[in-house]
Design a protein around this ligand. Structure first.
Ligand SMILES: Cc1ncc(COP(=O)(O)O)c(C=O)c1O
Length: 459
């Protein structure tokens, strides 16, 4: 006989207690769990005909799947740009599932208002002006896509068409200019029908990933007054470099363009007194992307997008239906983002901001910045490695002093040690390793452990 949800319902307290105990054991073991695993898939199992209940499912997950899971929320997982989950955000995330709100519309619940409050808190955290309004999306890729979709509508406005109504063919060819665009920009352009080839790389400053603003001005001048999109980068993924946002924004006095800023993790520079100047002009952007499952340390998936042209945003994403209610003065989230139904992602972010405030999150950012700088110093002093760029923010980009082609081998050896997880890249044509600090748990002792494994594997 199959177990039904109703059978489990009468055991809710017992099941929650068991799940809580299991979660606590996982969290307590996180720092010593291998940072990453070389994936070995468990033997596939067919769909169970009869269910065995939640306790049995938990036991099976713990035996078959959990051992292969990485400590990606742990302190020495420095691959990609990966945040962990603060205790408050985990609680908020659990309650998201428990309450299971769909903040699509405000017809039944205050959940959309909680999202609005959280967006307003984030706006304040990043020092953005009140005119920048936003909504939650699944990640920086979706945030970039949303910002570019609004930019696409703005291009239509300049040319006297509505792309949302008439389709992208009515727009004609579009030029998107950027110095060191993240790969997700190409994906967004493909998704939006603008095409990956619309993206033109503009020269960067010598030895930098930041765009050369005079070359950007030249590229815009070549467009002969045709409106364009500029994607500025605040925190590049290889070296954490920043475009000069103020100088780029000032170019709008001379050329017509939509300024989208990918500040996926760079937006958090606003929390560091020594780095805030890098994003002081962020609020001048037309659309902004900031990821939250990175440096805010909330569970996947979570990001926010901002724009000061909510009218264009609603034109793109409006989802009129008699049963959903009117668009109204303050459109519900259903009219603002690519999804209709969606989880109340904002709750985890709300919890961590309510629990730790600006100061708590500034402490995380400040510590990660100091730790990245520390690892940079340690690597610079190691004969086996050389830094490829100064540590500008939270990413340490380096290669082997001997044969850079060995970086994959070295990355595998680091993973196999279980001590740390770093990802590889190619920076300015050189195969490289990256260590990105955005986890709230990482300490100086962790940096020493990472430095020790780096020394060992390069020997
Ligand atoms: C600068 C930048 N933009 C966009 C992204 C894409 O983020 P996500 O994977 O959350 O969609 C990343 C991810 O590392 C990033 O660093």
């Amino acid at each position: 006989m199959s177990t039904t949800p109703a059978d489990d319902l009468v055991r809710t307290a017992e099941l929650m207690e068991a799940a809580g105990g299991y979660a606590v054991r996982l969290l307590e073991g996180l720092a010593e769990r291998p940072a990453a695993r070389a994936p070995v898939r468990p033997e596939p199992r067919p769909l169970p005909l009869a269910g065995a209940g939640t306790s049995a499912a938990m036991a099976e997950f713990a035996a078959r799947w959990e051992p292969g899971f990485a400590a990606s929320a742990g302190p020495r997982y420095l691959g990609f740009v990966t945040g962990g989950s603060t205790p408050a955000s985990v609680v908020g995330d659990w309650l998201t599932g428990v309450l299971d709100q769909n903040p699509t519309s405000g017809l039944d619940s205050t959940a959309p208002d909680l999202e609005r409050e959280t967006v307003a808190w984030l706006r304040e955290l990043f020092g953005l002006p009140a005119g920048q309004q936003g909504a939650f999306v699944s990640g920086a890729t979706m945030s970039n896509a949303t910002g570019l979709a609004i930019g696409r509508e703005w291009l239509g406005e300049q040319r006297g068409v509505s792309v949302a109504d008439e389709g992208v063919a009515a727009l004609g060819p579009v030029r998107v200019l950027s110095g060191s665009a993240h790969s997700s920009i190409g994906k967004a352009l493909a998704l939006l029908g603008l095409g990956r080839s619309a993206l033109r790389k503009v020269d960067v400053l010598p030895g930098r990933e930041a765009v050369d603003v005079s070359r950007l001005a030249e590229a815009l001048a070549e467009l002969d007054g045709a409106p364009a999109i500029v994607v500025a980068n605040a925190g590049t993924v290889n070296t954490g470099d920043f475009d000069d946002l103020a100088a780029i924004a000032a170019l709008r006095e001379r050329f017509p363009f939509w300024l989208h800023v990918d500040a996926a993790f760079g937006a958090f520079a606003a929390l560091s007194p020594g780095h805030a100047h890098l994003v002081a002009a962020l609020g001048a952007a037309d659309s902004i992307c900031a990821d939250l499952h990175k440096w805010l340390n909330v569970p996947y998936d979570s990001a926010v997008q901002f724009t000061h042209r909510r009218d264009l945003q609603a034109r793109v994403f409006q989802n009129h239906a008699a049963y959903l209610g009117p668009l109204g003065e303050e459109p519900d989230p259903v009219h603002l983002t690519p999804e209709n139904s969606r989880r109340l992602r904002a709750l985890a972010a709300w919890f961590t901001l309510a629990a730790y405030g600006r100061e708590g999150h500034a402490e995380i950012v400040g510590r990660d910045l100091a730790l990245a700088a520390r690892l940079g110093e340690r690597i610079a002093a190691m004969p086996g490695y050389r830094l490829l760029a100064p540590v500008r923010l939270n990413v340490v980009c380096f290669t082997l002093s001997g044969d850079p082609a060995r970086v994959d081998e070295v990355a595998r050896a680091i993973t196999a040690s279980g001590e740390a997880f770093l990802t590889t890249t190619v920076y300015d044509g050189v195969p490289a390793l990256r260590a990105a600090f955005s986890n709230w748990r990482t300490t100086e002792a962790d940096v020493e452990r990472v430095a020790a494994v780096l020394e060992k594997v390069s020997a």
